[in-house]
Ligand binder design. Structure first.
Ligand SMILES: [Zn+2]
Length: 353
């Protein structure tokens, strides 16, 4: 059989596949502890998940094997292969096999390292070209963002140029994590298609409790219920951008120092509270201070932050970031809530009831 022929429950499957991944898990049952293996197998027609209650130790990722007397069964709405004590798994040494990958379509807010390759659809923005040398060859990388109605994430494309403002379907994008956020990249085997989808809403207005993964560029509203007492002006190295506690960068002692604002506070929207950090890019426009005026406010910046943030209702655009298992936020923009926002929010609130 071929993988794309396994559509229903079947108790007598014989097929030749490549092992794409092998993971191990231990479960405790009434009979004691049991170890089982699980992962992915594929052939020229597709990829399937498997669970193996018996798995020969020498077999590893990349091996081609013949599998006899396997079963298939539906689990969580998808067909899955099961190997047990009756199943024979026979290694085919030296054989290789091309695998046709199939990727699950995901919303950008739902991507995670658990599924390393996915299919996504979204608008590409801010892509900029960068050239670099690798082993004497000039390579091109494009860095920017992709966004849908749930999130905006960083996107890198190796060699393949995408047009800003256009909507693409990207099949086989690689998922990674950088700087506590999710990222996607386009490599040699990734397929990219231009699509016409006018119905995506890029506003991304959410309640804090609705966000459970590190999603980028999310609009939230709420009350600021605490302001961190160490919020204020900090010095940073103009070369490496590191905060300087002594006033001099250990790596760049001759570099100029630049002034930044570091503020941290908690916002609560009635569904949940969220720890936020905001730098000068968010704070200066909010306080109506120009970049070259920061020094002028050195003495009373905390009072100014306290007067304008603490106890106020604000709307913010934030990137959710993952700290261990907690989500917190980096603030991109912050604004006072207007009458119109409150009306819109009430309409939104009531429409669901
Ligand atoms: Zn430095």
């Amino acid at each position: 059989m071929k993988i794309d022929e396994i559509l229903n429950e079947n108790n007598n499957i014989d097929l030749k596949v490549k092992i794409l991944s092998v993971d191990k898990r231990e479960v405790t049952t009434s009979k004691g502890n049991t170890i089982y293996h699980y992962g992915l197998v594929g052939d020229e027609t597709g990829v399937l998940s498997y669970t193996a209650w018996e798995f020969p130790a020498p077999i590893k990722t990349g091996d081609v094997v013949e599998i006899k007397y396997a079963r298939s069964k539906e689990y969580n709405g998808r067909i899955r292969l099961y190997f047990d004590s009756k199943t024979e798994i026979i290694l085919k040494p030296g054989e290789s096999m091309d695998v046709k990958n199939t990727y699950r379509e995901k919303k950008l807010q739902d991507i995670s390292l658990k599924e390393p390759f996915v299919s996504v659809t979204g608008k590409v923005t801010g892509m900029a070209k960068k050239e670099y040398n690798k082993d004497g060859r000039l390579l091109v990388i494009y860095n920017g963002f992709i966004e849908d109605d749930t999130s905006r994430v960083r996107l890198s494309s190796f060699g393949k140029e995408l047009e800003n403002g256009k909507i693409y379907k990207i099949k086989g994008a690689k998922v990674s994590e950088f700087n506590k956020q999710m990222e996607l990249s386009i490599g040699d085997k990734t397929e990219v298609f231009l699509v016409n989808d006018e119905n995506i809403n890029f506003e991304r207005n959410y309640k804090i409790a609705e966000i459970t993964n590190p999603a980028g560029s999310i609009n939230i509203m709420g009350f600021i219920i605490t302001l961190g007492t160490k919020s204020g002006i900090i010095k940073k190295c103009s070369v490496c951008n590191k905060p300087l506690t002594t006033g001099v960068c250990p790596d760049h002692p001759d570099a100029k120092t630049i002034l930044d604002i570091f503020s941290y506070f908690t916002v609560d929207d009635g569904t949940k509270y969220l720890q936020c950090i905001a730098g000068k890019n968010a704070i200066l426009p909010f306080l109506n201070i120009k970049n070259d005026e920061i020094a002028k406010y050195a003495g009373d910046i905390y009072t100014k932050l306290n007067d304008n943030l603490y106890g106020h209702a604000v709307k913010m655009n934030v990137d959710f970031i993952k700290n261990d298992n907690e989500l917190s936020a980096r603030v991109n923009t912050i604004n006072n809530i207007t009458e119109a926002d409150i009306k819109n929010d009430i309409i939104l609130n009531n429409s669901g009831d």
